[in-house]
Write a protein that binds this ligand. Structure first.
Ligand SMILES: Cc1cc2nc3c(=O)[nH]c(=O)nc-3n(C[C@H](O)[C@H](O)[C@H](O)COP(=O)(O)OP(=O)(O)OC[C@H]3O[C@@H](n4cnc5c(N)ncnc54)[C@H](O)[C@@H]3O)c2cc1C
Length: 413
């Protein structure tokens, strides 16, 4: 049996991005997947166009919108920031072509267990096949096959129920993209006391629209039938009837999974490595952007005289989660925990203030591009500008989440 440098487990956006980058870093990569790596992805993946600026990845975008709006308070907020959906087939093709040029070999199997020796790791699949590599990168999604992470109760989940379809009247104006519509006047009072949800909606052209009712984060995740009901109520209040359903999207994933143990001899990437950005739930832009640096760090460590799986995985983890990013992650988690304490009206007030912050600050917050000092400054500005009752909620969160703030100060995972 030949031993590859890397075994990547999984071929979602994270698996393909890291496999491509590792092979481009000169490593011999094998991918282990339950179905062929070209199996279509059905999730609707969105991204801010500026996150991919000056990269070949721009060619993988499908629909793009420059008219992007938020409804949080009384008035419409125009964001002046271009948003896009990936064309999944194009993104997959782009990443698979890079993998092919880099010589990635794909094997079919479901990873079940991993063991380690001083020089390599050995993954056994469910059907008993064994794959050996100098280090394993687990990119098998939010419930990873091989990585270990601490068990933490109370994980918040993003939940959404959406329809791509044809409607009796346009559910959004013109060629608009509605990032968030938190208006809830159409809901009975009783329901407005429940977790706040928003409409995410866009014009896909040719008379097709995507409308999705989303709960940003809640523990436990808001049940999908409740979101479906709210979406129907919202559309009814807009005087819009569904004429034809072309696709239904059901979405549920963890927003604040703890990080995997960073001292284990397996590296992780994507949902497996808790790379979901807590303020938004977005991950795809991040996994595409960060893959080359992580791959270079792993390649560098495998070039060393003593290169154990533990050394290589550590180098990867340090590149992915250096202390400054760990600190910022705790601050983002604190931001999310604070927002989850806000009721319906407070949530709207929060986002009115948030999108009124200097552009560099709210864009950096959503794309995770602020340095720690600027992130703290952004959070402080938001606090100062927030109305009194939101401020009180944020202060209560600071009291309740002291441990998160302590970890942020110390740069702990
Ligand atoms: C409906 C929906 C919409 C979303 N929209 C967005 C969005 O707009 N923007 C955004 O950034 N994020 C979005 N997300 C969040 C996040 O980006 C996705 O969850 C994303 O798919 C995670 O990518 P991943 O590659 O880490 O994992 P996955 O996409 O889950 O891929 C995991 C891969 O591992 C394989 N695998 C699993 N177990 C094993 C095993 N034991 N052995 C071998 N292979 C295995 C799977 O077959 C798959 O190939 C969305 C999520 C959902 C569910």
């Amino acid at each position: 049996m030949s031993v590859s440098d890397i075994l990547v487990v999984g071929a979602g956006p994270a698996g393909l991005a890291i496999a491509a980058a590792l092979s481009e870093a000169g490593l011999r990569v094998t991918g282990l997947v339950p179905t062929p790596p070209s199996t279509p992805w059905h999730n609707t993946y969105g991204v801010w166009c500026d996150e991919l600026e000056h990269t070949a990845l721009l060619t993988t975008l499908g629909h793009r919108w420059s008219d992007v709006v938020v409804y949080a308070g009384e008035r419409e907020i125009r964001l002046e920031r271009e948003y896009a959906l990936f064309d999944n087939a194009r993104l997959q093709h782009h990443l698979l072509t890079r993998c092919e040029h880099g010589g990635v070999i794909w094997r079919t199997g479901v990873a079940a267990a991993v063991t380690h020796t001083a020089t390599h790791s050995r993954v056994t699949s469910r059907d008993g096949a064994v794959y050996e590599a100098r280090v394993v990168v687990d990119a098998s999604g939010h419930t990873p096959a091989l990585l270990r992470r601490p068990a933490v109760p109370g994980i918040a989940r993003q939940a959404a129920y959406g329809i791509v379809g044809m409607f009796s009247a346009p559910p959004v104006r013109g060629n608009q993209m509605v990032l968030m519509d938190y208006r809830s006047d159409h809901l009975p009072l009783e329901e407005r006391r429940g977790p706040p949800t928003f409409l995410y909606a866009m014009n896909l052209g040719d008379g097709r629209y995507f409308v999705e009712e989303t709960s940003l984060a809640h523990h436990p995740g808001v049940p999908l039938p409740a979101l479906e009901r709210r979406l129907q109520r919202r559309l009814a209040a807009m005087g819009v009837a569904v004429r034809e359903v072309l696709h239904v999207e059901r979405c549920l994933f963890p927003m604040n999974n703890p990080l995997p143990f960073l001292d284990q001899p397996v590296m992780g990437y994507g949902g497996a490595a808790s790379m979901v950005h807590p303020p938004s739930g977005y991950l795809v832009g991040g996994v595409l952007r960060r893959a080359p640096a992580v791959a270079q760090a792993i390649a560098g460590s495998l070039g060393a005289a003593i290169a154990t799986p533990l050394h290589a995985a550590r180098a990867g983890w340090q590149a992915l989660w250096p202390p400054a990013r760990l600190r910022r992650r705790q601050l983002y988690l604190f931001g999310l925990a604070s927002l989850m304490r806000c009721n319906d009206a407070q949530t709207r007030a929060f986002f009115s203030v948030f999108f009124g912050l200097p552009r560099r600050e709210w864009t950096g917050y959503l794309s995770d591009t602020l340095n720690t000092r600027d992130l703290v400054r952004t959070m402080m500005r938001l606090f100062v500008r927030a109305p009194g009752d939101v401020r009180r909620t944020l202060m209560a969160a600071a009291g309740a989440e002291r441990d998160m703030l302590r970890r942020a100060a110390l740069g702990l995972a």
